[in-house]
Design a protein around this ligand. Sequence first.
Ligand SMILES: C[S@@+](CC[C@H](N)C(=O)[O-])C[C@H]1O[C@@H](n2cnc3c(N)ncnc32)[C@H](O)[C@@H]1O
Length: 282
Amino acid sequence: MTEEQKQPRPANAAAGSYAFGSFDENQKELDRLKQQAAASETLERNILARAGLKAGMNVLDMACGPGVVSCLMARMVGDGRVTGVDLSADLLNEARAAAASAGLGNVRFEQANVYELDQAPGQVPGQFDFVYARFLFQHLEFPEKALAAALKVLKPGGVLAILDIDDDWLTLYPEPETFTSFTRRAAEAQQSRGGDRHIGRKLGTLLTRNGFAEVGVAVDTVTSADLGMKNFLDITTGFKLEQLTDREKLLGAAEEAEIRKLADDPEAWGFAAVFVATGRKP
Ligand SMILES: C[S@@+](CC[C@H](N)C(=O)[O-])C[C@H]1O[C@@H](n2cnc3c(N)ncnc32)[C@H](O)[C@@H]1O
C-alpha cells in the first residue's frame, strides 16, 4: 500500500486538515476540543469583547465544532442570537446538546460548508454583525474562499474575528529533545492535507488583501501556569499525532511521549500564543 493510499484526502476535501470522524481517536479529539474551549473561558471572553462582540448582535460561529464557544457567545449577546455552522453532523449534535443542557434559546446550529456560507439553510447575504472563526483557518486549503464567504454574510460595518495559532510561538522549557522534530513532522503532515500551522502570522495580510478594512492583529498568550502542564500539553500537542501517517505515527508517538514527560516535571513551563485578527466589512 502506498503512503498516499494510507492517508487519503478526507472524503469531504472541504474539511482540509480537520475531518472529524476520520481520526483514529475521535472521542479523544472531541474531548480535547471541549477542553481547549473550556480551559480558557476568561481569555476567550476578553478576546471576544475586545474584537467587538456586544449584546444584541447577530453572530455567526464559522466551524463551531462542539459549540462550546457558540454557547459562550450566546450568553454574551443576551437578546442577540448566534448561529453555529460546521461540516460535521456529529459535532453539530454535540453542540445542540450543549445548548439544550445550558438552556440557551438564542443559539442554533446548521450544517454548512464555510466556503458556501450564503447557501446554507437560513443564511442570507449581509445579515451578521459579527463572524467568528476559531481554530478554523489553520485547517483550510482555500482561506481566501472562506474570507469571501464571510464577507458576503456580514452586514456592511460588521466584523470578522479569526483566532488561530502559529507553531513558532509554542515554547517548552526545558525543551524535550524530540520537540523540534515532532512539531515539524506534524506541521508537514497537516500541510499535506491543506492546512497551515504558520497561519497566525499571515492572518492580517490575508484580511487586508481580501477586502476587509480596519484590520488589526493582536497576540494573546497562554502558559502552563494558567492551565496546568498536563492540560497545556493536551491542548497544544494532543491533535498533532492525528495528522501523521500510520508509518509516521509509531515514531511520532514515541516523540510525543518524550514531550509528555514534562507533565511530571514541577519545574517545567510552557508558552503558546494565539493570534486574533479582526477586520471590518467596508
Ligand atoms: C479545530 S476544530 C475548531 C472548532 C471550534 N471552532 C472550536 O474552537 O472549538 C475545526 C472545525 O472546523 C470544521 N471545518 C473544517 N472545514 C470546514 C468547512 N469547510 N466548513 C465547515 N466546517 C469546517 C471541523 O468540522 C471542525 O469542527
